[in-house]
Design a protein around this ligand. Sequence first.
Ligand code: RAM
Length: 351
Amino acid sequence: MKSPLMKRGGMAVAALAGMALALTACSSSDGESSDPSGSAGAAGAESGDYSITFLPKNLGNAYFDTSDAGGEEAIEEFGGTYAEVGPAEAAPDAQVSYINTLAQQGVGAVAVSANDPEAICDALNEARDAGTKVVTFDSDTNPECRDLFINQATADGIAKVQVDMIAEQIGDAGQIAILSASANATNQNAWIETMEQLLADEHPDIELVDVVYGDDDDQTSFDKTAALLQTYPDLKGIVSPTTVGIAAAARYISTSDAKGQVAVTGLGTPNQMREYVEDGTVTAFALWNPADLGYLAAYAAKALIDGDITGAEGDSFEAGKLGEYTVDADGTVLLGDPYVFDADNIGDFDF
Ligand code: RAM
């Protein structure tokens, strides 16, 4: 096995914890800017080809702080220049102006988590025409708009772990709702579609009564949780496939009468969810290692810049401490499997 995290066979807890601890030494602040005309390009121009800018769905999201810090760690390893820019809000076309600026500045690569599969495509393809490599990670665009997509785990795997958790937590029966990120998010929409199918096929006594969108904004997600509880008095559970949504839902429920009555699960970071696991609001939730995702995206960008790969199926490249990865169909590289966190193991993680 070349990777400290297993790519397809499940994550080793000790390895994941080790990665988490290493992460505390990283900072995602270098070059961080909410200004599309910020420092990224200037820094990139100075350092040559390995100027790689991370463009998350939005700034101020702990998940992307961690993923982008993983990217920064990788870029430092191979002597490149890291930067991070991004919008305050996870809106469909909010990333376009940043991409345009990065293309003008001639950065070597952009690693982007897309708020919409289509809205940033033209900008990305113009950047590619200008010589910038485009790696999507976490949330893809349409495949023709990027060179590679670094996928955290398969949609089937991410959907199944969430359906399994909610079924377990509510005795496989009753009303549930989904609190998602933004309505156009490629990743959440793919997972929700698969969750709906799994519920229909395998959990006939669970009724999905609503899908609502908190836009990966804490307050909006908090308010949507309150509204769900009011609209559906018999609600048994909320599944939130976003780290922002699940933390906001847990915070709301932790101080409401619904605590202990309405299960909350989905995808969260251990540091954001710790207090809600400890106070009994949340039993279990899942995620992958966001730092590894960013780290892998950075090495994929390097391989593209070097011309070692083009993003074709079967291409392979070295990703530092994670080992060798191979490009699958549709220009996708798979990081691994989701991992379940609960009261027994959450103390092992720090991210
Ligand atoms: C949020 C974002 C991100 C997603 C995680 C699980 O931070 O929506 O795209 O992958 O949650």
